[in-house]
Design a protein around this ligand. Structure first.
Ligand code: PCA
Length: 210
């Protein structure tokens, strides 16, 4: 069994991307028994889904967790849904800035995550990391990956979903929300382990709304 875990390259002039720092932490601590493949996606509306598809074809994972950073959020966010729209406030790393266009013309309006989001929420709470279920991954490249991943997995037996992590403390001015790579990595490990342990979600626990 293979788990594919992706993070993003830096974007918008940032020197690092917190998602890749967190993914690196998971890789450093992973002890199996499943094989863990980690990979970095470019912050590009076209190249990120292409790279993700190539990774899925190459590794045939049974579980895929894609991770991005969410500036302004202070909790790990387990994303419930990916929507079929691109609406970019800033250009991506290729200079593309799609506005009100579908990720995939003709594809469904949205997909729910096939991660057990409530089981994952509880698992992350159990390891002491601030976490929430989020009902929007935005409309930038992360949502495109949340949507493209679900679309890709809909035709396979594999499961997966998207998780946002806060920026690192060194990316943020004092007092702004952030989380260390160690804590975000711990949360991602708990998400993966809960997905492996729960083929279906636990029927309980409202999302921690804020
Ligand atoms: N965050 C952006 C794209 C890449 C990333 O790490 C987003 O939330 O869409």
């Amino acid at each position: 069994m293979t788990v594919l875990l992706t993070g993003f390259e830096p974007f918008d002039g940032q020197p690092v991307n917190a998602s890749w720092a967190a993914v690196t932490e998971v890789g450093r601590c992973w002890s199996g028994p499943e094989a863990l493949v980690t990979a970095q996606l470019p912050v590009s509306f076209t190249r990120a889904p292409e790279r993700l598809r190539a990774l899925i074809v190459e590794h045939r994972p049974t579980l895929v967790v894609a991770v991005g950073e969410a500036g302004g959020r202070g909790r790990v966010s387990i994303e419930r849904v990916g929507i079929n729209v691109q609406d970019a406030r800033i250009p991506d790393e290729d200079g593309a800035q799609p506005v009100d266009v579908p990720v995939l013309p003709g594809a469904p309006t949205a997909y729910f995550s096939s991660l057990p989001i409530k089981a994952a929420l509880l698992a992350v709470q159990d390891v002491g990391v601030p976490v929430e279920v989020s009902n929007t991954a935005g409309t930038y490249v992360c949502n495109t990956i949340a949507f493209a991943l679900a679309h890709e997995l809909a035709t396979t037996g594999a499961r997966g979903g998207f998780v946002h992590v806060p920026r690192l403390p060194e990316q943020m001015p004092t007092g702004q929300p952030s989380l260390s790579a160690e804590l975000s990595g711990r949360a991602l490990t708990a998400v993966i382990e809960s997905a492996l342990a729960h083929p279906v979600d636990v029927p309980m626990a409202a999302g921690a709304e804020h």
